[in-house]
Design a protein around this ligand. Structure first.
Ligand code: AMP
Length: 114
């Protein structure tokens, strides 16, 4: 999608600190980290948010989550855990309209969120 910042990261038009990529997804460090570990896992395909997932996306979602877990462990979060977050639309605090999983770890995180 032309004006989507994450599509531009996927295409390479905008740089990002990439952690992992394959045919389906991309993982990269958040530009404004809120914890010692803070990265995003996104599908290459432009899906606006979790409300727009279709039944045929089930395998993709499993892959996104599994890769988020695997990379969190690789980045040192296996023992103490991490937070896996998907913000959706305005009430959910989504600012980039391309589906993404936040993975935050490396420090204790408060709950509930504000
Ligand atoms: P959300 O508010 O859930 O939509 O999260 C969007 C996230 O994308 C925020 O944490 C931003 O810091 C992050 N972000 C925005 N632009 C970039 C970028 N160019 N590279 C990496 N992360 C970004």
């Amino acid at each position: 999608m032309d004006n989507c910042i994450f599509c531009k990261i996927v295409s390479g038009a905008i740089p990002a600190k990439r952690i992992y990529e394959d045919d389906e997804l991309l993982a990269f460090h958040d530009v404004s980290p809120q914890a010692p570990v803070h990265f995003l896992v996104i599908p290459r395909r432009h899906i606006r948010n979790i409300m727009e997932l279709a039944p045929e996306d089930v395998a993709l979602v499993g892959h996104l989550l599994h890769k988020a877990q695997e990379l969190a462990a690789k980045l040192g979060c296996a023992e103490k855990g991490a937070r896996f977050v998907i913000n959706c639309k305005s009430d959910g605090g989504q600012t980039v309209d391309h589906l993404h999983i936040h993975v935050l770890g490396g420090r204790p995180l408060a709950w509930p969120p504000g």
